[in-house]
Ligand binder design. Sequence first.
Ligand SMILES: [Zn+2]
Length: 219
Amino acid sequence: MTWGGKRFATLSNGEFFEPISPFKREREKLAKLQRKLSRQKKGSRNSRKTKIKIARLHHHIADSRRDFLHKTSTQIAQNHSTVYVEDLKVSNMSASAAGTIENPGKKVKQKSSLNRSILDQGWYAFFRMLSYKLEWSGGKLIKVDPRNTSRTCPQCGLVSAENRKTQASFACVACGYRANADLVGAINVLRAGRARLACGMSGAVRPLSAGTQRDPLQH
Ligand SMILES: [Zn+2]
């Protein structure tokens, strides 16, 4: 399974989940209310009204996010036992965007908007939900180091940045294999996770507790 900006999550069988889109609209609404509040006199009747509206909107955003994360994680946990997931180390990504001052402009902007969408979509919370729901049904969530998983051709094995000319699509420069880039990532994460399990490497792979592994050869 991989995470993406355009898609919330993609599985190696081609199944994917759309991102939680309403937040963008609601975030704009929130910013508008906050601007309004800053113009209003502190402690006035109108400013209290605006504060209540802001609190309601926060609640609404949190509720619909939680709802989406629960539905999605339940659906995945019901249909799969072991899930290999791209380990994004969300906190590290958030920290590194702020640190790229020596390379400002487009990249920082892209990165911080990616971080914004990571935080918006609540992937940390999703990780936890999926992990305990899989364990309830005897499965497991296994984090996989995503190195090269976006650049490796699933058909011929060529590892090249050239395979990713655009963010959304994968086109192998050696064998011509084409597919959605998130799907390619998900296939590679699954293979890398299985390979690391097979040769008993730990590190990026979470150790398995004995007896809970139902079928390590599923997504
Ligand atoms: Zn290829």
